[in-house]
Design a protein around this ligand. Sequence first.
Ligand code: PLP
Length: 358
Amino acid sequence: MRNYNFSAGPSMLPLEVLEQVQKELLDFNGTGMSVMEMSHRSKPYEAINAEAESLLRSLMNIPDNYEVIFVQGGASMQFEAIPLNLNAKKADYVLTGNFASKAFEEAKKFADVVAAASSKDKNYTYIPTLNAKCFRQDADYVHICYNNTIFGTRYTSVPDTGKIPLVADISSCILSEEIDVSKFGVLYAGAQKNVGPAGVTIVIVRKDLSDIASPSCPTMLKWITQIKEKSLYNTPPSFSTYVSMLVFRWLTKLGGVKAIQKINEEKAAMLYDFIDNSDFYINKTNKPDRSIMNIPFVTSSEQLDNQFISEAAKEGFLTLKGHKLVGGMRASIYNAMPVEGIKKLIEFMKNPVVGDIF
Ligand code: PLP
């Protein structure tokens, strides 16, 4: 039996994709072996690698003047790869949560880095208002985290940074909504939420920024190393890339990002409406900045929160515990979470526990 998994990541994959993986696990396409046993220099694997890139390019409408690479190390490794690859002397960061702050701390090791804006004053429950004047005009780049996985906020428009390249962590919103790639210098995301299994990380970089790394940047951190070798410089996370490619096929068949965005907005609206109209659950984020991927909520006490989480798990609603920085609950409702999962969660939330406590 499959449960509804509300984990912030790794998270649910589409059932159809998992079934395809199961079907091909022992014999991929007549090769007599699994993709995980296959040389990354073989023709079948090169085809998987090429299809993954080409499907991602069309799903995200990535212009030709951008490079796309699949690398290892997670989004976290890009926190240090970014200042080194952009050979930054100065960089401005917008602090909207835990991951934005981690990226900021890493960049400080390599450049003169400042927090151009922050929402820490209200425990990251909102996105600061930004305009080109917020940033140092001689900054080499501006960094933002587009969707804040822990705090449940997201940008609803791309900030204007003038001529300064904008770098965005899109780990928890990639492929969930349409995004104009041409407004960014660099986009990056770990796969384990909307793309595929953990292990592969996507970096999308404008060509003029792709080969300006600091001479001291380690070979494996340099984007150009993988760009030149089509992400096959060394042994890639091949199985993760293969499953990601199947997810890209699934999403393409479903109608692409535009189609999934509509479904995601409907799913999120259902849950927010229910929470807002209840006198039992509270979502503390600023309404215009609410994430459609990660929805944190609390009851009136920690004891009730804990009871809710354990009762929910008994009913097959898993991993609803909020991050320790926020507490309470968090429903992460990425692309693969079916609408049915949200409807059933809401039904459960109406009457979570039979007993005196509620
Ligand atoms: N950035 C965001 C927005 C995230 O949500 C996460 C993980 O949850 C990370 C970065 C860290 O990603 P990784 O574990 O792939 O390094």
